[in-house]
Ligand binder design. Structure first.
Ligand SMILES: Cc1cc2nc3c(=O)[nH]c(=O)nc-3n(C[C@H](O)[C@H](O)[C@H](O)COP(=O)(O)OP(=O)(O)OC[C@H]3O[C@@H](n4cnc5c(N)ncnc54)[C@H](O)[C@@H]3O)c2cc1C
Ligand code: FES
Length: 348
């Protein structure tokens, strides 16, 4: 045991650190060997645009002016084109420093709170299969015992045997008792989702949190929420947060599933409707099985949104689900009059 501790501390002291100067502000941050520039920036309290944290959405694009760095293989040509790479553009979430760097970075003035990122350990309290492939997993933070985050954000989990982490969104607003719920969809052969869905009460998980910018902004507006599959998680947290204090506007939650078997928490949503006449839950099935006796909405969720709300001018929108659902719904919301800057989403 002692030998292992000594080896660990030796290897920890061997980690190089690099100074990264951010232009035009001139601020400097320290990035550890192997740490992504985005992680180094966020942990140093620098607010910069980002989304997926895995090299897909291109939100964290920046230009390295000086120094050596490595762009991770996970960045596709689609996310960062060859000509951009030749000009020194990188995706900060997928770039590690190999020397001191100077990086031109777009810092943000954020209109939402910024919560510091911490490493965490948590114990599994409960793991309940809620549809054929979605598990509701409840964790209790053990180190630290509470962690402040905003509804709509996500945790990054370490997955044994994987270098990369996996993101899962919190399904409840921040609670004092340190319990956090997640909805995880089991992906066939998916390493992270199978690890999460196979967790047993008493197991421990580690990672870092919180991340993400999909947060409530202006409570004076009407709001439209749209989710598919396990995308319900952050939307549930946002809606619970919205109704945790008086809200005078109207809120609509459109939830897309394939069949009746893929719906979950329907009773909870109906209860919320009864409690708040200004809230509507509109589930819709895309692959209706007549034998299931469904009397609700059918079709793709973007079409259901369009049919239900012909005009959405002045509303804020929050979406979470698979890329095709996000793409078609963003189109529908734009046609309904919502400005692009008022549509926030996480796709997965
Ligand atoms: C910001 C953010 C928040 C997220 N929050 C959640 C959440 O709350 N709940 C949740 O369930 N997931 C969430 N995800 C997705 C999650 O992080 C993983 O990407 C997902 O669980 C797949 O990881 P995996 O390791 O199981 O699959 P991998 O081992 O990475 O992939 C295995 C195979 O499955 C394919 N694949 C990956 N994802 C899908 C998919 N959705 N459908 C079909 N095939 C797929 C891959 O292309 C690959 O071929 C979130 C992602 C992001 C970026
Ligand atoms: S590509 Fe870096 S945050 Fe999405």
């Amino acid at each position: 045991m002692l030998e292992r501790r000594i080896t660990m501390s030796l290897s920890q002291t061997r980690l190089e650190t690099y100074e990264v100067t951010l232009e035009p502000s001139g601020k400097t941050i320290i990035a550890k060997e192997g740490q992504t520039l985005l992680d180094a920036a966020i942990r140093n309290g620098i607010q910069i645009p980002y989304g997926c944290r895995h090299g897909s959405c291109s939100a964290c694009k920046a230009q390295v002016i000086e120094g050596d760095y490595k762009l991770m293989d996970r960045v596709s040509e689609y996310s960062l084109m060859s000509f951009e790479r030749e000009e020194g553009f990188v995706l900060l979430c997928s770039t590690v420093a190999e020397s001191d760097l100077v990086v031109e970075i777009e810092e943000e003035e954020s209109d939402v709170p910024f919560f510091p990122v911490y490493d965490f350990q948590a114990a599994v309290v409960d793991n309940v299969p809620s549809t054929p492939d979605i598990h509701i997993i409840t964790l209790k933070l053990t180190e630290p015992t509470t962690l402040r985050y905003a509804a709509g954000q996500f945790f990054e989990f370490d997955i044994p045997g994987l270098e990369d982490t996996r993101a899962y969104s919190m399904a409840n607003p921040c609670r004092e008792d340190g319990t956090v719920q997640f909805h995880v969809k089991r992906i066939p052969n998916g390493k992270g989702s199978n690890y999460m869905c196979d967790l047993k009460p008493g197991d421990f998980v580690t990672g870092s949190a919180p991340y993400g910018k999909m947060q409530l902004r202006d409570r004076s507006r009407d709001m439209v929420f749209v989710a598919g599959g396990s995308g319900m998680a952050p939307i549930k947290a946002l809606i619970e947060e919205l109704f945790s204090s008086p809200y005078e506007g109207k809120a609509y939650f459109f939830y897309g599933a394939r069949t009746v078997k893929d719906l979950y928490l329907v009773e909870e949503w109906k209860e919320l409707e009864k409690k708040h006449p200004n809230f509507r839950f509109i589930p819709a099935l895309s692959h209706l099985d007549l034998a299931e006796g469904w009397a609700g909405e059918t079709g793709f969720i973007a079409d259901v949104v369009k049919r239900t709300l012909p005009s959405m001018k002045g509303m804020d929108a929050f979406l979470c689900g698979p890329p095709i659902m996000i793409e078609t719904t963003v189109d529908a919301l734009s046609q309904g009059g919502i400005k692009g800057s008022d549509i926030l989403y996480d796709e997965f």
